[in-house]
Write a protein that binds this ligand. Sequence first.
Ligand SMILES: [Zn+2]
Length: 482
Amino acid sequence: MYRGLLGYYEATGNAKVLQALKRAFANLMEGYPKGQSNPFCVENSFSGHCHGLTIVDALCEMTAITGDETYEEYAVWLYENYSENRVSEEDMKIESLENPDYFWKDHGVHAYEHVRPVVIAAYRKPAYRHLLDQLLAKLPFYLTPSGGPVGDEWIGGRTANASTTGYEFCSVTELFDSYALLLEKSGQMVWGDKMEWLYYNAGMGMKHPTESSIMYCKNDNCYTANRHHHRGDVYADERYKYSPAHQTTAVCCVPNMGRLTPHYVQNMYHKEKDGFTAVLFGGSRFTYELDGVPVTVRQVTDYPAHLTVQFEVTAKHPVTFAFGIRKPRWATSMQVQEAGHEEANRYVIEKEWSGTQCFTVTFTCDVKMHTDFCKNLFVSYGPLLYALPIESEEHTIFTYALSPFREVGYESTQPERETWKIHEDDRASFRHQDTPDGNWQHQSITGHFWDGEKTIESTLVPMGGTILRKVTFPMEIGGKNA
Ligand SMILES: [Zn+2]
C-alpha cells in the first residue's frame, strides 16, 4: 500500500497523497513505537513475515521526499528488531553478517532484498559500516557470470556455478534495486556497471526473446527449458519453462519482471551536488530543474547495439551545472565531443548551458575473455555477455483463452554443444561483428571452440536474446596437435 501510494505521488505530485502517506507512516510508528515494541516477534516466522522488512524501502523514500530523517531512523530500528528476533530468513541479520564463516543459505529473494536495510543502516550509523563491508565482500561469490545471484529458490550454502545454481527472476529484480540504493547512497558509478550488467544479461536472458513470458528460474548455462531444471531430472519443476503468469508456482516473478525495466529507466540519472550524472544509457528523455530552470536531456541511441550516445541538452534559460557521464568499467576509452574533465569512472562537463546543445559520447571496448570461480571461460563485449546459442524444439504446454498468451517449453536439439570447450591457444580468436540493424540482440562474436577432437568455428550471440545456451566453457590445455 505504501509503495502504491508513493508511486502515485511520484507520478502526480498530488499533495493530498503525500499527506495521506505522512498520516499512514505516523500511524505505523505509533502502533509499533521505536524501542518499545517488538514487530518482528512472531511464533512461526515464515517467508511473508520476513518480506515485511522491505517496508524500509518506503521509509527510505519518505526521507528522500520530505527530508525528515525520522523515517530512515525508524527503518534502522526495524532492521535491528528483525535481527534480534527468531526469523526464518537469517542471511542478512546482524549476527550472520558479523560471522565471516557464515555461508548464505536461506531464500535468495529475501537475501537480495534485505541488502537494502543493511545499506540504510550502514549509511545512517557508522557502527554498522562493517556489516555492509562484509556483505559486499561476500556477494561476488554468489553471482554467476551474468550477475544472476544464486536463488533457485534457496541459496543453500552454495556459491555460484553457471551450470548448477539457478536464479529466480525476483532475485534479479531485488538485487537490481539493492544496487540502485547503493548507487544513491554512495554516488559510486561502479553500481551503475553492476545494474547494467545484471539487466542486460541475467534479466533479459530470462525473458522470452519474442513472446510475453519469462522463465521463473534459469541458469546461465541453460540446456533445457521444459519443466525440468536439468535434463533427466526425475521431478518436474514448473519454474523452468516460459509462462506469462507462472501461477503453477507463484505469481511473484512475472510482476517483478514488470518492475525491472521501469527501475532501469528510473535510475538512469543520479543527482549530484552541482548537477547530475547519466549513469545508464538508452533512448530516453529526462526532465529536471536546476536553480529554477527546466532542463531536458534526450539520449538518442540504439545502445547497447552500438556504444554511441548522442545527448541533446535543452535549458529554457542559461544555467550553469555539471553534467556527468558514467565511464563504464568495460570501456577501454571514452570520446566526448565536448570539453570536460575526467574523474574516477565519470566524465564531467561543467559549463553554462542554454538553448539546445548536442554532443556525442562514444565508448570503445574489446572482446574480453573472463574466468569464473569454477575456472571456466566466458566472453563479453561492452555491457553484453555472449553465449553459444543451442537450437531447440518448441513444446506448447498450455494455451490461454486470451491470445497470444501461452506457456511454452524447449528441448535441446544440439546436446553436443554442451561439451564444447575453448582451447588455450584459441582464447584470442574471438572477434566482434557489428550488425547495423540497431537490434542489440543481433550482435555477434565469432571464435574457435574445441569439441575434444577438432577446432570448430562458431558464433556467440548476446545472452540476453537466447533461450537455450552455453555461457561458460572449460579451458582445454595442450594436446591439440595430437
Ligand atoms: Zn519470484
